[in-house]
Design a protein around this ligand. Structure first.
Ligand code: KIV
Length: 263
């Protein structure tokens, strides 16, 4: 059994070896990821790759609770963060009552909330009530409709300064780490240097304190769309399709099940 990551170990990672975070949505994959990942993120990205929706906005708290429980069951020794879905933290009161549901109905270690300085009071309300919070700044997938698309941040100095302000506000509100998404690499490096909690990047270059990728993207399983920052470590879609095609062919030819596979 692996030794479980803790918040103090995550904080100590600042300035040391980069943290490895990967999304996980079920027990099967969580178990496969646990030996290499420091943190498993039950991201609301599951609404796209697993539920087939075009964005994350319709993910529900019930969905997140179900998948978080599955991930925690598959890998009880992993540090697990549950994404708070869109609409569940519009006010401090809603945020707390929904985050309490996450903590009471799953063994998750922390929740993640999208937003910068504008969400600092909500983050503070959670952290001061015993909920560990991972922030999420930069490109915010839950704002895709209001922003009219996924827009890279930090393209000018004003945007860079506002990201630094966001990171500082989230740190001051008591978050133990934050994700920074879709930000020019040099700016993300400045953001990470401006706070003393780990800043974990996705599409934010190599100067931050860790990396996170959506597992179905990095295993090449999600074919709809591949962002520029995704490295495919496996051609999962081809492997799966070829395997199922071989199975189908063998069934049709009555080659499967052969002697070896029958009672
Ligand atoms: O939902 C998710 O998978 C995320 C990652 C993109 C960080 O928030």
């Amino acid at each position: 059994m692996m030794k479980k990551m803790t918040i103090s170990k995550i904080l100590n990672a600042k300035g040391n070896t980069p943290l490895v975070m990967i999304t996980a949505y079920d027990a099967l994959f969580a178990k496969l990821f646990e030996q290499s990942a420091d943190i498993l993120l039950v991201g609301d990205s599951l609404n796209m790759s697993f539920a087939g929706k075009s964005d994350t906005l319709s993910a529900t708290l019930e969905q997140m609770l179900y998948h978080t429980n599955a991930v925690c069951s598959g890998s009880p020794s992993s540090f697990v963060i549950c994404d708070m879905p869109f609409g569940t933290y519009m006010s401090k009161e809603d945020a707390l009552s929904n985050a309490v549901k996450v903590f009471q109905q799953t063994p998750a270690d922390a929740v993640k909330i999208e937003g910068g300085a504008d969400k600092a009071d909500i983050v503070r309300h959670l952290t001061s009530n015993g909920i560990a919070v991972c922030g999420h700044i930069g490109l915010l997938p839950q704002s895709v409709r209001s922003e009219g698309g996924y827009k890279v941040k930090g393209k000018d100095e004003a945007s860079a300064l506002s990201l630094i302000e966001d990171a500082k506000a989230i740190e001051a509100a008591g978050a133990f780490c934050m994700v920074i998404e879709g930000v020019k690499a040099d700016v993300a490096t400045r953001v990470a240097a401006s706070v003393s909690i780990p800043v974990i990047g996705i599409g934010a270059g190599n100067g931050v304190d860790g990396q996170v990728l959506v597992f179905s993207d990095m295993l090449g399983l999600f074919e709809e769309f591949t962002p520029k920052f995704v490295k495919k470590y496996l051609d999962g879609a081809t492997l799966v399709k070829d395997a199922v095609a071989t199975y189908a062919e063998e069934v049709k030819k009555r080659d499967f099940p052969s002697e070896k596979y029958i009672y």
